[in-house]
Design a binder for this molecule. Structure first.
Ligand code: UTP
Length: 287
């Protein structure tokens, strides 16, 4: 079984739900306290043993490239002033560890993944949607890689939501269950509540076999007029093993404003350097 060495980060979306904040700043650069969302996702990938980060970007997303580059003037000035550069350590992705490819039109998540086909090549790969913020120990992708090493094939992370919420997400039709692992017998993107095969939604992390690129090449537009990754994955069921892993941890939908604020509050409360201060402030505010 080939190990998971590469991860694709589709970051070419328009982020319209966060306007005007995301007019000039990519959604993925919005910080949770002091780290941008994309940094948390890259850290999660590294923890899972992934070596190469492939970013699918678009116009207006160059801040992401700058973030993972060397900031020469900043680092020189900080060094001259005797300041530690340790805080910048996780932002360093050398040329062998990252690649950027453009999605010229936002035609959908499936199309964004397909744009990375030449860099992914003929090996299984991970996908991270950085606005799905996953907090756990071990991290979500590490939990998935552990399952992949036993099961192979394709894996997606899932979580349970109230049934009336399913229409905003990709939903799985579940088969046999074994602890956190569920066999996937079908997938549907943004179903009507009455048509949804379960309340288990796909939550932004995937391990897929390279054949998905062939499927995406011939993929018609689906829900919302976009080329949907879920539809391409659905066509692979039956030809390759397909499982879902229920993530043991917390997930925040940082593509939505409420989820973003919840994540910020949760992380701030956990932080040693500010948790007590924020807790006291929050309690006071709620009085
Ligand atoms: P979203 O559905 O969250 O869309 O995409 P969005 O454009 O980022 O945000 P809104 O809905 O307008 O507020 C899920 C993920 O897929 C990427 C996004 O960057 C995000 O990580 N994506 C989506 C692309 O890279 N290209 C696309 O064409 C669509």
């Amino acid at each position: 079984m080939k190990p998971i060495r590469k991860a694709v980060f589709p970051v070419a979306g328009l982020g319209t739900r966060f306007l005007p904040a995301t007019k000039a700043i990519p959604k993925e650069m919005l910080p949770i306290v002091d780290r941008p969302l994309i940094q948390y996702a890259v850290d999660e990938a590294r923890e899972a043993g992934i070596e190469q980060m492939i970013f699918v970007t678009g116009r207006g997303k160059s801040a992401i490239e700058d973030h993972f580059d060397i900031a020469f003037e900043l680092e020189k000035t900080m060094s001259e002033r005797g300041k530690s550069l340790e805080v910048l350590e996780p932002t360093r992705l050398g040329p062998g560890n990252c690649a950027y490819v453009r999605q010229q039109e936002p035609l959908g998540l499936g199309h964004a993944i397909w744009c990375a086909r030449d860099i992914v090549g003929d090996e299984p790969f991970a996908i991270f949607l950085p606005d799905e913020f996953m907090v756990g120990s071990p991290g979500c992708m590490k939990q998935m890689v552990e399952a992949y090493n036993r099961l192979g094939g394709n894996l997606i992370s899932v979580l349970e939501v109230p049934r009336e919420a399913v229409s905003s997400y990709g939903v799985i039709a579940p088969g046999r269950r074994d602890g956190p692992v569920t066999e996937v017998t079908g997938l549907v993107e943004k179903p009507r509540v009455e048509d949804a095969p379960s309340n288990l939604i796909i939550s932004g992390r995937y391990i897929l076999q390279p054949e998905v690129m062939q499927t995406l090449k011939n993929q018609e537009k689906g829900a919302g007029g976009e080329i949907q990754l879920t539809d391409a994955m659905a066509r692979m069921i039956g030809t390759q093993p397909f499982h879902a892993v229920t993530f043991d941890g917390k997930r925040y939908d940082c593509g939505s404003k409420a989820g973003y604020v919840q994540a910020t509050l949760a992380i701030a409360l956990e932080r040693e350097d500010m948790g007590a201060e924020i807790r006291a402030f929050a309690l006071d505010l709620l009085k």
